[in-house]
Design a protein around this ligand. Structure first.
Ligand code: SF4
Length: 254
């Protein structure tokens, strides 16, 4: 499923309420430095084109939409960067965040600004600084074990959980951690990030990260990899309960 428009929705998000989406990535294909086996945008393509929506197009599209929504009953709870890939890969991501904060303050002061990110670019000072300015930096961590994360997220570069945890430190206490729990077979390998070993490593990682909030979820739509299974709501709740006992606020979504 690809988003054709720069500003899309609003849609009702399981986690964010009425959410107005912003897609900084190409409309014709997905662009991400991960290639998650469950990605709702499908697999990465190899067309080699990094065609981002321009800063001015994003600003104009958002302003037009927010003006049009002034009398709408569905006024956004969140202006959410998601779309066809990883938003922080946009070369003018931090400037676009500044534009969005100005537009939000002018037209939708009660809306939160949220960014869904795979947390791989936050080693860059300008990206982490931009994420520090917004309300919800929602960062993905699908396992506390690097080998499992590599199987699930298929990063297009050397990836290490410890490195990501280190990058996240400036956002400690502020960011929202997001984890997809699933199991199944992919490429001849069994994947299950709900085993005792996995959950213990995940708990260890969240204690190092200390997020403001945790969102856990499971598969909701068709996945590019066949052979994956969603986990039950009860299983998610059991995992959530372990984190809640440590004092974390945890939201589970069916
Ligand atoms: S990080 Fe997000 S956009 Fe990128 S492959 Fe994974 S689910 Fe898809």
């Amino acid at each position: 499923m690809l988003f054709k428009e720069i500003v899309f929705g609003p849609i009702h998000s399981r986690r964010l309420g009425v959410s107005l989406g912003i897609n900084l990535l190409p409309s014709h294909s997905k662009l991400c430095n991960f290639n998650c086996i469950y990605c709702e945008c499908g697999w990465n393509t190899n067309d080699g084109k990094k065609v981002f929506n321009t800063r001015s197009d994003v600003k104009n599209a958002l302003e037009k939409k927010l003006i049009g929504m002034q009398t709408s009953a569905k006024f956004p709870d969140s202006i959410t960067f998601s779309g066809n890939g990883e938003p922080t890969m946009h070369p003018e991501f931090s400037e676009i965040i500044d534009d969005t904060i100005s537009l939000r303050n002018k037209y939708a002061p009660t809306a939160k600004i949220s960014v869904l990110s795979n947390a791989t670019m936050i080693g860059k000072p300008n990206i982490v600084a931009a994420l520090q300015k917004i309300d919800n930096a929602i960062l993905k961590l699908d396992s506390g074990i690097t080998e499992t994360a590599v199987l699930i997220n298929k990063p297009q570069f050397d990836y290490s959980i410890n490195q990501v945890i280190e990058y996240i430190q400036p956002l400690k206490n502020k960011m929202v951690l997001q984890t997809m729990f699933l199991r199944g077979m992919y490429d001849g390998q069994q994947i299950d990030n709900t085993t005792e070993t996995e959950v213990a490593a995940w708990i260890d990682a969240i204690q190092k990260i200390n997020p403001r909030e945790i969102m856990i979820y499971t598969i909701d739509r068709e996945t590019p990899a066949s052979g994956l299974q969603k986990i039950s709501f009860d299983e998610m709740e059991k995992i959530a309960e372990r984190a809640r006992k440590l004092g974390y606020k945890v939201q589970t979504a069916k």
